[in-house]
Design a protein around this ligand. Structure first.
Ligand code: GDP
Ligand code: K
Ligand code: MG
Length: 292
């Protein structure tokens, strides 16, 4: 039997549920999920391997109008993922406001099949679902429309069937035992970043970057040291909290998740470092991996 393989891009507005969907399609927690917009900064791939097919999913940052360099770089990931996709999954929250943007325009014109996934239908009526299906058919004339709940995994297997049908016949692009192109350090930094997003408010999460400085696997324990980068001294104080209480929480929650992820004991050390305005400086963005 012939082997199928291809690339599937998951795109949509912030908080539409892209990362939740990606994780349920891939069946692993690859992409961090939080209620805050712009949690996902990089393009993250997750690979599903079966005997006769390989699906390479990429989760992308939400579509926004860039107003600082980091956001500009995030949008380049989105554009890139539209170009090389065999299938595009456009995720939309059933209750989100519609606005015309470049991505909608590209979805109309692209040669790749586009499936509109109307998400979060667990929070809406049947009439709403029906009218949104019609709305999206009219707006972008997609190849298919699905009404789903990524969180409850409702409708997800139907999407898998659809993708398998659309995949071109092709040998695998990655080794068949690979799950992602990201290394352990990347997942560790993402887990720490997820805790920062959950524990702090306002601009703090958006001003933060995590750098894993060392990752040493010993016989009985993995020793990890990471830096939390912020833009100002005042933010450093907030990250640390009174008597170090807040950063201790970040460390404890992150360590627990990392232990589950790597299935072993972890010693995690966190440091806070101020790099003024790192988000607007090209050299730091490059160093932090936002240049591809
Ligand atoms: P992304 O920004 O598009 O990647 O969205 P996330 O996957 O991070 O999800 C944003 C928020 O929406 C999180 O709080 C999710 O738990 C929530 N969410 C995602 N899918 C669903 C769904 O099907 N139903 C409901 N009620 N909430 C969802
Ligand atoms: K989010
Ligand atoms: Mg996301």
């Amino acid at each position: 039997m012939s082997h199928k393989a291809g690339f599937v891009s998951i795109i949509g507005k912030p908080n539409a549920g892209k990362s939740t969907l990606m994780n349920s399609l891939v069946g692993e927690k690859m992409s961090i999920i939080t209620p805050k917009a712009q949690t996902t900064r990089h393009r993250i791939i997750g690979i599903v391997n079966e005997e006769n097919y390989q699906i390479v999913f990429s989760d992308t940052p939400g579509v926004i109008k860039p107003n600082y360099s980091l956001q500009e770089s995030m949008m380049n990931f989105v554009q890139g993922s539209l170009i090389d996709a065999d299938v595009i999954l456009f995720v939309t929250d059933i209750h989100e406001k519609y606005d015309e943007n470049d991505v909608i325009e590209k979805l109309r014109k692209t040669a790749s099949p586009v499936a509109v996934l109307i998400n979060k239908i667990d929070k809406s009526s049947e009439e709403e679902v029906m009218s949104k299906v019609e709305f999206w058919k009219e707006k972008i004339n997609p190849d298919a429309v699905f009404a789903i709940s990524a969180k409850l995994e409702y409708g997800v297997s139907g999407i898998m069937e659809y993708i398998k049908e659309k995949l071109p016949v092709h040998p695998p692009f990655y080794a068949k035992d690979e799950l992602t192109d990201r290394n352990m350090r990347f997942f560790v930094s993402e887990i720490i970043r997820e805790k920062v997003f959950k524990l702090y408010d306002k601009e703090i999460p958006y001003s933060t970057e995590i750098i894993v400085k060392s990752f040493k696997e010993e016989a009985k324990i993995t020793r990890i040291a990471a830096e939390i980068i912020v833009e100002r001294d005042s933010q450093k104080n907030i990250i640390i909290g009174k008597g170090g209480e807040m950063i201790k929480k970040v460390g404890t929650y992150a360590r627990q998740d990392i232990e589950t992820f790597i299935d072993g004991k972890v010693f995690l050390e966190l440091f806070v470092k101020v790099i003024p305005d790192w988000r607007s400086k090209k050299n730091y963005l490059k160093q932090f991996g936002y240049d591809d």
